[in-house]
Write a protein that binds this ligand. Structure first.
Ligand SMILES: C[S@@+](CC[C@H](N)C(=O)[O-])C[C@H]1O[C@@H](n2cnc3c(N)ncnc32)[C@H](O)[C@@H]1O
Length: 299
């Protein structure tokens, strides 16, 4: 990576928490050696989407504000699946982790003071008990092994430290099903709940809610699904071996939308979809419902 800002700073406080050499390029190489083909596809798609991400991140902004409303985001904040970056005005130092180099390049422009680490949420290159606060907004549903990502959060948190996390769960995007668009399954809220509660947190608060995003047109809705997401399959789809050669688009929440054999390119098919979508229209526009699980835990 050419930009000097992408190298990890010589900040002794940050270097104390790193367990790998402090250079994003090195981290990228090590990371790509270790990443599965699926993760490489996810990383590539998010990298390609980095430039247009800010045009489509309505849902992320909504859930970010839900997460941050009651959070104490001070001290060293670790943002997992940071994307192009989030502002943490009270943080003393921000370490931003993402598997997509393109996202981290964007983050380097948006937040030059952040420490960018190209790494996997399921294998954080950070020392045990080193982080005061972990934040992760709509990223962990991409992990093929959520319990492992959660165990990593627990491992790196200092005793007494907090994590603030949001992710998408089963029951999301029923409108796509109605439109005849096939999509992969998310983990259920009950499963995630059980996985969170299997760790010895001092305290944990878990909430599930529906977040609805509205669009003026079906094309905008579909664009939001592929514009900042990826065409890579979501982890659960891969896990159950349903990856096909069908044209597929997935959104930025780890949700794959596999279109019918006709694909979304055919105009006739698009018109058919548009007619059907209009039956869903409300005063606010065409709705897309997400089930969002947020949790705040103290180690
Ligand atoms: C929907 S974006 C969310 C970005 C940001 N948190 C926000 O609020 O806008 C999800 C991000 O998670 C990253 N991601 C996906 N799987 C990951 C993994 N296993 N480890 C680290 N980052 C991952 C993607 O590259 C992407 O930047």
């Amino acid at each position: 990576m050419k930009n000097k800002r992408q190298t990890l700073p010589a900040d002794p406080q940050v270097n104390q928490v790193l367990t790998q050499p402090c250079h994003t390029q090195q981290a990228k190489q090590a990371d790509s050696d270790n990443q599965s083909a699926l993760q490489r596809r996810i990383a590539r798609q998010f990298s390609q989407a980095a430039d247009v991400y800010a045009k489509h991140n309505v849902l992320q902004l909504r859930t970010a504000s839900m997460l941050q409303s009651n959070a104490d985001l001070s001290g060293i904040v670790l943002d997992i699946g940071a994307g192009p970056g989030t502002a943490f005005p009270a943080a003393q130092q921000v370490i931003a982790v993402d598997i997509a180099v393109g996202m981290l390049l964007k983050l380097g422009c948006n937040f030059p003071d952040y420490t960018a680490l190209c790494a996997d949420a399921m294998a954080l290159p950070l020392a045990d008990n080193s982080i005061q606060t972990v934040y992760s907004n709509l990223a962990l549903q991409w992990c093929s092994d959520f319990p492992q990502a959660l165990a990593e959060i627990y491992r790196v948190l200092q005793p007494g430290g907090h994590c603030y996390v949001s992710l998408i769960t089963a029951g999301s995007l029923p409108q796509l099903e109605y439109l005849g668009l096939r999509c992969n399954a998310f983990a259920t809220a009950n499963d995630i709940d059980a996985q969170i509660n299997s760790l010895p947190w001092q305290q944990s608060q878990i909430q599930q809610q529906t977040v609805t995003v509205h669009f003026a047109q079906l094309t905008a809705l579909l664009q939001s699904l592929k514009g900042i997401g990826a065409s890579a399959p979501g982890p659960r789809e891969a896990a159950v071996g349903q990856v096909t050669d069908e044209k597929s688009n997935s959104n930025n929440d780890g949700h794959t939308v596999a279109t019918t054999a006709a694909g979304l390119k055919g105009r006739g098919f698009l018109h058919q979809l548009q007619r059907r979508a209009e039956t869903l229209r409300t005063d606010a526009g065409l709705p897309l419902d997400y089930q969002v699980l947020t949790f705040c835990c103290q180690k």
